[in-house]
Ligand binder design. Sequence first.
Ligand code: DP6
Length: 401
Amino acid sequence: MSVYQATASAPVNIACIKYWGKRDTKLILPTNSSLSVTLDQDHLRSTTTSRADPSFKTDRLWLNGKEEEIKDVGRLSTCIKEMKRLRREVEDKNPNEPKLSTYGVHIASKNNFPTAAGLASSASGFAALVSSLAALYKLPATPSELSLISRQGSGSACRSLFGGYVAWEMGSASDGSDSLAIEVAPQSHWPDIHALICVVSDDKKGTSSTSGMQRTVETSPLLQHRIKHVVPERMEAIKKAILARDFDSFARITMQDSNQFHAVCLDTDPPIFYMNDVSRTIIAIITEYNRVSVENGGKLKAAYTYDAGPNAVIYAPKENLKEIISLIIKYFPQADAFKDPFNLFGAQGVGSGAIVPGFNEAVAKQFPVGSVKNLIHTRVGDGPRVLPAEEALLASSGLPK
Ligand code: DP6
């Protein structure tokens, strides 16, 4: 008997132009276009195995080994249904194809980073789910076509269908058929962009993206200004910066857009705060680092950006990462030795950090150990990968390994 199974992995993406607001909450259609950098799956990824079998009575899903309920009207069941619909089109065209669309599916998914790291896993998770089902069902769909479906799992997940530099074009159709991800430039166009993720400790339970952005749509007048007058120009400007590998413009726009996203959160009633003192101190450090460069006739050397939480993501050309990591560690001493995947510091390691010449040390005070829990150094990466059978997360029983 044939086994119908496929495994795929998908990357995390971090936006430079933020998605914040829906015009249709069911179809997940945004109030503005957005743009992100896909991060390297060698460091952060979700992996998913899907199997179709006539003996499976229902669709089932396990996340990191634990079974999750697939609610009838939920986002997961929408994505699975949509993928089965595309499979049916294949079967209708080729009557010899097995009728996988009529079988139940078992899906096992895992992240190679702890959920406790505070990194959004929904983007890579839904992108991996859709990619594994596309491989299982042998769909002729392009990444942009698949992005229409992962979008309905979580908006930002549509951008994880591509590597490199990715735009989510908001579209205008009411059925969502033109609200999809497109590649602005592949990873190979500008491979020099690295990212440092500063995992900031956070005890309080935050406002979820889904409910927070809805409240912003309902109450923030500033959001209306952002949608109409700010994002359209910024999208064009940042695409141009990426195509020209112009880090100075890329960095300026990225920081401005992160700031405006957090401003519309503050403009929401009641207000939403995602950044904390540690987040704001990292802004002060990057601002001072850039000031030193610019005042010496240079350009911006790093850009910070923050999503719906206190973690910082710092984008910079690779040559600046050594200085940036040293600076962050100087102000935020680490309990554990910095994992140095690009071997920037050699055998002696980064030690207790260092500031760069001309840097005004007084812009921030040193924080206690643990304020920044972890530093992850990664870079721009590729899109979803179909993996060999050995990587499968389901055993021959059809249950997670
Ligand atoms: C701040 O994609 O998590 O990270 O569509 O409701 O699932 P839903 O929201 P989600 O929101 C992401 C918001 C953001 C900005 C971004 O990634 O563009």
